[in-house]
Design a protein around this ligand. Structure first.
Ligand SMILES: O=C(O)C[C@H](O)C(=O)O
Length: 508
C-alpha cells in the first residue's frame, strides 16, 4: 500500500473547476486553427460571415474571459483512474467532481449559465449550479488519473443519432441520411463523433468520447489513411462536406472540420452505430493528477489566433424595432442583412410553454407581444458592469410548435438560429412576418449589441425568463421572409449543386 498515490479531494475539485472555467472561454487551438483554415477556404459569403463572427467572438472571449456561448453546456467528465491511486475523501467521486462543477459555474468573475434541469419529464427544476455532471470512470493500471472534461452544448447534443444497423448496412449511407434531419441546430462547422460497435449504450459513449480527440483531418488527408477506420473518417468527411450545408446551415464548403471514430467489438447479429455532433463551441480539456497538487492549464497564445475581425456588412439595412411595421417586415427579402436597434422581447422553450398553458387556461399574459420582435435566447448572467452576459441565439426549430400561437398574439419577427420546419415556414408566410437568424456560437459578440436588459415576466424560469433587451445594431440575417423563402433550404441546395458540378476543390 505504501506506493499508493493519494489524490486529495481538493486537488480534483480545483482541477475540474479550473478546466471548466478555461474551456468556457478558450477554444481548443486545434479547433481555432481548423476554423481559420475553413474561413480562408470558404466561398459562401453568408457562411464566411458566420465563421468570421465565430472567430472574432472566440478571440473576444479569450481576451475577456467570458463564455464563448451562452449555452455553457452540460458537463461530461471521463476519468481514467490509475488503480494505484486512492481518493482521499468521504464523498463519492460523483460528488467530488460535482463540487468542481459547482465551483466553476458559480465563479464570481465568470459566472456560467445554469442549464441543468432536474426532474426532466415533469417539473424541470433548474439545479442552479449546473450539477450533476455526466461522469464515466474506467479503471486502468497506473499511479495517476487522467481526466477529460467537456461542456457539451444542448443544441448539438439534441442532434445525436443512434441506429442498430444490420451487419451488412453501409455506415456512410446512414450518416448521409442523418445530416439533413440534423439541420443547423448543431451549429456547424463542428465535428462528428462516431461510435461503432459495442452495445447500444456503449456505442453512444464511444461517439461522445471520440470528440475528445484533437482535430487532425488536414494532416490525415495529407499523409493518407493507414487503416480502414481512417479511410472511413475521410470518406464521411468528404461526403458530408459535399452536402453544402455550410456554417450555420447557410450553404458553403465547410460543414464538418473533422470526423472522429472509436469502435469496439459487437454481437454478430448487429452493427450499432452512434453519431454525436459537436458544435462551434467545441469545449474540452485534459489534465492529469499524480498526487502532487492540482492541475492548472496553460492559456493558449493569443497571437496564434487567426487575424480575422468581423465587421457588419456595409450594405446591412438599419431597422428601428420601436417603429416596426408589418409593411417593413414584409419588405425584407431572405438573405438580407439587418442591424436591429430598439427594444425586443426574449423567450425560449419554458416561456413559450407557459404562455401556451396560460392562453389555454384563459389567463391574461404578463406581456403584450403585438408589433414586437422576440429573441429566442437564454442569456448568461452579467458580471462586472455588464448589462447581460453572452447572449447568442438558441435553436428556433424548437419553438416551431408555438409559432402560430405567438403570431396570433401579433408578433412581427422572431430571431433565433437554425432552420424552421415546413409548418412554421407556412405559418410565417401566412402571417407575412419574418424569421431572422443570429450566429450561433458568437454569443459574446452578439451581447455587445445589447445595451439594456430587464426581466419582464416569468423570473422564476431563470435564464428562460422573458427579458426586454434594448439593442443597438444587432446583426441578423433574414432566414425566412414574408413570402416563405427559406435560406436554410435554398442555400444548402445551391451549394450542394455547385460542389457536385466540380466548381470547388474538396476541403482539406
Ligand atoms: O441553450 C441554448 O442557449 C442553446 C442551445 O445550445 C441550442 O443550440 O439550441
Amino acid at each position: 500500500m505504501s506506493d499508493m498515490t493519494v489524490i486529495s479531494e481538493n486537488d480534483l475539485i480545483e482541477s475540474v473547476a479550473d478546466a471548466l472555467q478555461y474551456i468556457s472561454y478558450y477554444h481548443p487551438m486545434d479547433y481555432i486553427r481548423a476554423l481559420g483554415d475553413a474561413y480562408e477556404a470558404e466561398k459562401g459569403p453568408a457562411a464566411k460571415d458566420a465563421i468570421a463572427q465565430i472567430l472574432t467572438n472566440s478571440r473576444m472571449c479569450a481576451e475577456g474571459h467570458r463564455p464563448i456561448c451562452q449555452d455553457t453546456g452540460i458537463v461530461n467528465v471521463f476519468v481514467k483512474w490509475g488503480m494505484n491511486c486512492r481518493l482521499d475523501s468521504e464523498r463519492s467521486l460523483q460528488e467530488v467532481v460535482d463540487e468542481g462543477v459547482r465551483r466553476a459555474y458559480n465563479h464570481p468573475d465568470n459566472k456560467l449559465r445554469a442549464s441543468i434541469l432536474a426532474d426532466p419529464a415533469f417539473t424541470r427544476r433548474n439545479t442552479r449550479d449546473n450539477t450533476p455532471c455526466v461522469l464515466s470512470v474506467e479503471m486502468v493500471p497506473g499511479n495517476s488519473i487522467g481526466v477529460d472534461v467537456a461542456a457539451k452544448g444542448g443544441g448539438s447534443e439534441n442532434k445525436s443519432k443512434f441506429k442498430m444497423m444490420n451487419p451488412s448496412d453501409n455506415i456512410v449511407d446512414w450518416v448521409l441520411e442523418q445530416i439533413p434531419s440534423m439541420g443547423a441546430g448543431w451549429c456547424p462547422p463542428g465535428m462528428l463523433g462516431i461510435g461503432i460497435g459495442g452495445t447500444a449504450e456503449h456505442c453512444m459513449k464511444l461517439a461522445k468520447q471520440s470528440l475528445m480527440d484533437p482535430i487532425d483531418m488536414g494532416q490525415l488527408k495529407q499523409r493518407g489513411a493507414q487503416s480502414d477506420i481512417e479511410q472511413l473518417r475521410i470518406d464521411i468527411f468528404d461526403a458530408v462536406n459535399a452536402m453544402g450545408v455550410g456554417a450555420q446551415g447557410l450553404g458553403g464548403l465547410s460543414t464538418v472540420l473533422d470526423v472522429k471514430i472509436l469502435d469496439a467489438p459487437c454481437h454478430a447479429a448487429g452493427k450499432p452505430v452512434a453519431m454525436i455532433p459537436n458544435c462551434a463551441a467545441t469545449r474540452h480539456a485534459h489534465f492529469t493528477l499524480d498526487g502532487s497538487g492540482p492541475a492548472y492549464l496553460e492559456p493558449p497564445r493569443l497571437d496564434e489566433y487567426p487575424q480575422v475581425t468581423w465587421k457588419p456588412d456595409a450594405a446591412a439595412k438599419r431597422v428601428d424595432l420601436d417603429a416596426l411595421s408589418p409593411e417593413e417586415v414584409a419588405s425584407w427579402q431572405h438573405g438580407d442583412r439587418l442591424l436591429l436597434s430598439g427594444k425586443m422581447l426574449t423567450g425560449r422553450d419554458a416561456a413559450h410553454k407557459r404562455i401556451k398553458d396560460m392562453l389555454d387556461a384563459g389567463e391574461p399574459l404578463p406581456v403584450d407581444f403585438k408589433g414586437r420582435a422576440i429573441y429566442y435566447v437564454g442569456p448568461v448572467d452579467p458580471v462586472m458592469g455588464e448589462v447581460v452576459g453572452p447572449a447568442g441565439p438558441t435553436t428556433a426549430t424548437r419553438m416551431d410548435k408555438f409559432t402560430e400561437t405567438m403570431l396570433d398574439l401579433g408578433l412581427l419577427a422572431m430571431i433565433g438560429k437554425a432552420e424552421r420546419g415546413h409548418n412554421a415556414v407556412e405559418v410565417i408566410s401566412r402571417f407575412k412576418v419574418a424569421y431572422l437568424m443570429a450566429t450561433g456560437g458568437a454569443a459574446y459578440l452578439v451581447s455587445r449589441a445589447i445595451k439594456g436588459a430587464r426581466v419582464v415576466a416569468f423570473e422564476d424560469l431563470g435564464m428562460e425568463a422573458i427579458y426586454e433587451f434594448e439593442v443597438e445594431d444587432m446583426p441578423v440575417t433574414v432566414a425566412v421572409d414574408a413570402a416563405g423563402n427559406n435560406v436554410h433550404t435554398l442555400a444548402p441546395a445551391e451549394w450542394r449543386r455547385r460542389i457536385a458540378e466540380g466548381e470547388f476543390e474538396p476541403a482539406e
